[in-house]
Design a protein around this ligand. Structure first.
Ligand code: FAD
Length: 614
């Protein structure tokens, strides 16, 4: 068959896709592949079309794995959630894993990731069920070295690459370099919930969804979820990655899969006597890099000059100004050398995404978890189900290596919840069941979850022995059903755009900024977020104040209000990238129910211009 035969070109692109080692490369190859095959489908239909078009032996092996997976009865042949629309935030392992399940259930899945690369060398411990799960998704096909022999770990970036490829093949729509910033409640113009995203571009900004799965990691939790902090004893974690040249000498060095102080006091005593390094525990995995994670005692970090000054609060203690980076590198390297009996020849640091030696110090003293795993927002009858998965649900303590396993369990639980939601189960029942399952998450281990890992599915009964799905009653989760725009957590994050009735200070701040910015314009007097804006002149003045080049304020006044609004809405969208929330008619006839839409809209101007000189 000639090499330029269309089929062969597609095969070559597909092979490149399978082995692509960077996030952008994966997306690039996939786009090229769909273009080459002339495919414009989405969702599972795309999967079926790809399968039909790539019908050669190497691809077939992957299709048979994915077919087996997709054929599980829990997905109801991709019809279980066929009319559900989901937005997933974050392409970490847990967001991707959840997206895959939602796609298998037949939902439309759009996934947003604010970064454009997968750069974490750090290595994750995998429980047997996660290894089995990833094999069933074809992990070996994408990454030949996946868990060969006794290996039970993988670097975060390799795991993300595998899952991204599977997600794309199953029709998940992935957007990188796009940050989720908040929710836009339904308006009369738009009947469903939408997202504020940065940069803002259609059609993404017009996507309406009824499920939001947040998997934005430990630092990002959407508004409405209460966080609980658990403060333990001081724990300072250090991770370090060294280049693995895969030499014979390196191959022979044994891994350390968790030497806790209580089990091996002699080892830690020797380490301390010989080097002054004092650790609670250490783990070493040989993966793409030589990866070490350890918990170090504060006194030894002070003595070795890693931490410059002792401070009571941990944030200042570990702040960059108080850490000597060179001393930290030496500390990590010495610990790595000692714990491997100096058998790893000439350790050289691998580089992180900033091209610096990949060593980091983290605080595990204060770990956070969300009090609840899900909630429902109901605005004018439009319901949105929100669920958390991964680190934003429960932050893991890395040296214990539980993060991604519990993260996958929660991703399955969230998918199960969406399935129940799509089946029309009453919302409080869905929430009560989700919370009943969530109660178990922090106690799960390979020992107390079901042994028959090949039977695992999103159905919780396949994974958790004797689980009582009704442990929590619907009447106990009423506060998780939020009607209108009410807030449960009054501690707002400054970058969250869902402006709420309860957050009076944000309301006031925005109002006084609008007043100051529009002061002195003829016919404009801003005193509220309704009638002050109907003529369109206030919006016009606001734009003119910061971008006089865009509007001729004096000539605008002769037009009717709807026309003025339409011009301003279009201009703000095109020139400033600010997406409209209400229609020009709604703006011109502003009534109380619309004022949240206006606030959401104006807060985008505030974000864009608050620091501009007037
Ligand atoms: P993450 O992997 O943190 O992914 C969250 C994703 O969401 C990120 O890609 C982020 O860019 C994206 N995101 C966040 N906010 C937004 C937004 N508003 N809009 C769009 N996208 C958004 N675990 C270990 O066991 N061992 C380790 O050594 C280890 N090292 C780590 C090092 C770092 C720097 C970090 C951040 C985490 C580390 N972890 C480690 C934790 C481990 O990565 C997670 O447990 C695991 O990846 C599962 O996390 P996740 O998918 O929930 O979140």
């Amino acid at each position: 068959v000639p090499a330029d035969e269309p089929g062969n070109v597609a095969h070559a692109i597909f092979e490149r896709f399978l082995h692509a080692g960077e996030c952008r490369e994966v997306l690039g190859c996939f786009g090229e592949l769909c273009q080459q095959l002339g495919l414009q489908d989405s969702g599972l239909q795309l999967y079926h079309s790809l399968k039909a078009a790539l019908n050669y032996w190497s691809a077939k092996a992957l299709w048979s794995k994915l077919d087996k997976k997709a054929g599980h009865k829990v997905y109801d042949q991709g019809k279980a959630c066929a009319s559900t629309k989901c937005l997933v935030v974050g392409a970490g392992p847990c967001g991707l894993r959840a997206a895959i399940e939602l796609a298998l259930l037949g939902a439309r899945v759009v996934l947003l990731e604010k970064r454009d690369s997968f750069s974490r060398n750090n290595v994750l411990h995998l429980w047997p069920f996660t290894i089995h799960d990833l094999r069933a998704l074809g992990a070996k096909k994408f990454y030949g070295r996946f868990c060969t022999g006794m290996l039970d770990h993988i670097s975060i970036r390799q795991l993300q690459l595998i899952l991204l490829k599977v997600a794309l093949l199953l029709g998940v729509e992935v957007h990188i370099n796009v940050k989720f910033e908040g929710l836009v409640p339904p308006t009369r113009k738009a009947g469903g919930w939408q997202a504020v995203v940065q940069p803002s571009f259609p059609p993404l900004t017009h996507y309406q969804f009824d499920v939001l799965i947040s998997a934005g990691g430990g630092k990002f939790v959407p508004e409405g979820f209460k966080r609980k902090e658990t403060r333990g004893k001081l724990a300072i974690g250090i991770t370090a990655n060294f280049i693995n040249r895969h030499s014979r000498a390196e191959v022979e060095v044994a891994e350390i899969s968790g030497v806790a102080r209580i089990y091996n006091q002699k080892f830690f005593q020797n380490l301390y006597n010989k080097t002054g390094i004092d650790l609670e525990n250490i783990v070493y995995y040989k993966d793409d890099t030589h990866y070490f994670v350890m918990t170090a005692k504060k006194q030894s970090l002070l003595k070795k000059g890693v931490i410059l000054q002792d401070k009571a609060d941990i944030e200042s203690l570990l702040s960059p100004e108080n850490v000597n980076q060179d001393a930290l590198l030496s500390y990590a390297k010495e610990a790595a050398n000692f714990s491997t009996n100096y058998h790893l020849p000439e350790l050289e640091f691998a580089l992180n995404h900033r091209d610096l030696p990949d060593v980091d110090m983290f605080d595990f003293t204060c770990m956070t978890r969300s009090e609840n795993a899900a909630l429902v927002r109901d605005y004018n009858g439009a319901r949105l189900l929100l669920g958390l998965v991964g680190d934003c649900l429960v932050e893991p303590f890395w040296p214990l290596g539980t993060g991604v396993a519990r993260g996958f369990l929660a991703a399955f639980d969230a998918a199960w919840m969406v399935r129940r939601w799509a089946a029309g189960t009453p919302p409080l029942e869905v929430l009560a069941e989700r919370e009943s399952i969530y109660q178990h998450l922090s106690q799960t281990s390979p020992d107390n979850t079901n042994k028959n890992i090949s039977q695992y599915s999103i159905d919780p009964a396949t994974r958790y022995p004797n689980i009582n799905l009704q442990a929590i009653k619907p009447s106990q989760v009423r506060d998780l059903y939020l009607v209108g725009i009410v807030e449960v957590d009054h501690k707002r994050k400054s970058d969250n755009r869902l402006i709420t009735a309860a957050s009076g200070d944000v309301y006031e701040e925005l109002l006084s900024w609008c007043q100051a910015s529009t002061a002195g314009y003829r016919g404009v007097a801003v005193t509220n977020f309704t009638t002050s804006w109907t003529s369109g002149l206030a919006l016009c003045a606001l734009i003119h104040r910061f971008r006089p080049d865009l509007v001729d304020f004096d000539s605008v006044g002769t037009q009717d209000a709807i026309r003025i609004h339409q011009m301003m809405l279009d201009m703000a969208e095109q020139e400033l990238g600010i997406q409209p929330v209400l229609s020009s008619i709604e703006m011109a006839t502003m009534t109380e129910p619309d004022h949240l839409g206006l606030i959401t809209y104006l807060s985008q101007f505030y974000e864009a211009f608050k620091t501009s000189p007037e």
